[in-house]
Design a protein around this ligand. Structure first.
Ligand SMILES: [Fe+2]
Ligand SMILES: [Fe+2]
Length: 494
């Protein structure tokens, strides 16, 4: 089984290497087109006269692509096995190369959106990958500027070095400035913050060149600020495109998905209000647990919001949405169990059809793992005199494949179980949550996700604290009411 998995992984890695090669060739075509656009009539002569330089450019670009491949090979192989991720990385680099070329060539070198790639990468991937890709991109732009006819007019060398410095410093600064940013408005603000080091660098780089021409000096600084703002605006415009095309998760998309105006949540609120309320509490619990074990809290919250979305198919079949009449009283336990367990699969299919991020859809499918549906199994045992197969009354799985899925699984069960508790003291809640976790461990529900015993203990403690708070008993109100004269009178009870 393991050998089979390794073989699949290796074949995917080889496929990714081919995609890398294809993307590299595409990048060379883009660079070739730049040379043609720069000199439509004399590009043939330029290529003939600079063959060695262009060969150096091809080799350097290849080496940089190779570094990216090796970075992912050693640092994040699971990222590399998906060819779609490789395509995304190269699409980002190529789009940024093109935009830097357009702004640098037709506006001003300082107006280049230097921080664009860094901003896109920090939101689409993470800070670490963004730093590495920004570094590679800065060198790549430097090599392109050096060995093509992008700046063939004046001060070629100085301009090229300025550009390298700007790309590297502004990009890196943007990565740190954008950290913790969770709104699209905040992203624009990041553009303004990045303008500070840009102004500093442009001023320092231009200072030795001032020969009484202050207008050019001020204009250069103005272009530098413009470049930063363009970076932020373009990032704002391009992020949704990459999010949608490559189904990537960003904090912005998570925000939109967890907004109460999100269409599926509006449907859940209207058609299954009980499930909606339950999901809100599970989301709050999951978010707290995710924070406690250092997982992505926004992602845990979003996944929990949609974990029971499959109940939309037949909302009345689930207790939390029933008001008196219970449809299961008229059904056989087999049929009831089938309806109940299908909500995991239905949720997964609904979220896939709505092009939700994979992890959120996976959580909907995995949040009950392969657990038995005790109530209907018990009912079937009673009706059949002990002749019921537990497999027919169990969820179809798979078991949680990620820590987030495990968190949602435990939070979901703990919320439902403590809701039914009469005694909600911390000791009683602790007993309940402990038994939920232990039962799932006994049934190997965490065998396929890399959650540790320590993390499970932290989750248990977090849930006990949170649930003792969520379901605390209110102080009983005194049976009095005030009359118009503001005098307390005894309230009549019916
Ligand atoms: Fe569920
Ligand atoms: Fe649930």
């Amino acid at each position: 089984m393991k050998a089979e998995k390794d073989e699949v992984k290796n074949s995917r890695l080889v496929r990714s290497a081919f995609v890398f090669a294809g993307c590299y060739v595409f990048l060379l075509i883009v660079i070739f087109l730049m040379i043609v656009i720069n000199d439509p009539s004399g590009w043939r002569q330029y290529i003939a006269a600079n063959a060695t330089g262009l060969l150096t450019l091809c080799v350097c670009a290849f080496l940089l692509c190779f570094i990216v491949y090796y970075y992912y090979y050693f640092e994040d192989r699971s990222f590399l096995v998906k060819a779609k991720n490789v395509l995304l990385v190269f699409s980002l680099i190529t789009v940024c190369v093109i935009l830097c070329y357009v702004f640098g060539r037709f506006v001003n070198i300082y107006a280049r959106p230097c921080a664009l790639l860094a901003l896109l990468c920090v939101f689409l991937f993470n800070r670490r990958q963004a730093i590495m890709l920004n570094f590679i991109f800065s060198i790549l732009m430097f090599v392109i500027d050096t060995y093509t006819n992008n700046f063939s007019d004046v001060g070629v060398t100085a301009q090229v070095y300025f550009s390298l410095m700007l790309n590297f410093v502004c990009g890196t600064f943007a990565i740190f400035a954008a950290g913790g940013n969770k709104t699209r408005g905040g992203l624009l603000l990041t553009g303004c913050v990045v303008a500070i080091p840009t102004v500093l660098i442009v001023a320092l780089l231009q200072l030795p060149q001032i020969t009484g021409n202050w207008i050019e000096f001020v204009a250069s600084i103005g272009y530098g600020i413009l470049g930063c703002l363009i970076s932020a605006v373009l990032a704002l415009a391009l992020l949704p495109v990459f999010e949608a095309m490559f189904n990537r998760l960003t904090v912005f998309r998570l925000r939109e998905l967890t907004s109460t105006n999100a269409s599926l949540l509006v449907r859940l609120k209207q058609e299954a209000p009980g499930t909606f309320n339950h999901s809100l509490i599970v989301a709050q619990l999951s978010e707290t647990c995710a924070v406690a074990i250092g997982e992505n809290a926004e992602l845990a919250r979003a996944a929990a919001y949609y974990h029971d979305i499959g109940k939309l198919k037949q909302p009345d079949c689930f207790t939390e949405n029933q008001t008196g009449y219970n449809v299961h009283d008229e059904l056989t336990p087999e049929l009831s169990a089938d309806i109940i367990r299908s909500h995991a699969k239905d949720g997964y299919e609904l979220l896939k059809a709505a092009r939700f991020p994979k992890l959120i859809a996976d959580v909907a499918r995995e949040h009950h793992g392969t657990l038995p549906i005790k109530y209907f199994y018990n009912k079937a045992m009673k009706l059949s005199g002990g002749d019921a197969d537990v497999a027919d009354y169990s969820y179809l799985g798979p078991t949680p494949q990620s820590k987030i899925a495990a968190i949602v699984m435990i939070s979901d069960a703990s919320e439902a179980a403590t809701r039914a508790l009469r005694d909600r003291s911390p000791a009683s809640v602790e007993r309940t949550v402990r038994s939920i976790i232990e039962e799932r461990m006994d049934l190997d529900q965490f065998a396929e996700c890399d959650i540790t015993i320590r993390e499970l203990t932290i989750i248990k403690q977090t849930l006990v604290e949170a649930l003792s708070g969520v379901h605390h008993h209110r102080v009983e109100y005194p049976a009095i009411r005030f009359n118009r004269d503001r005098q307390a009178v005894k309230e009549e009870k019916d």
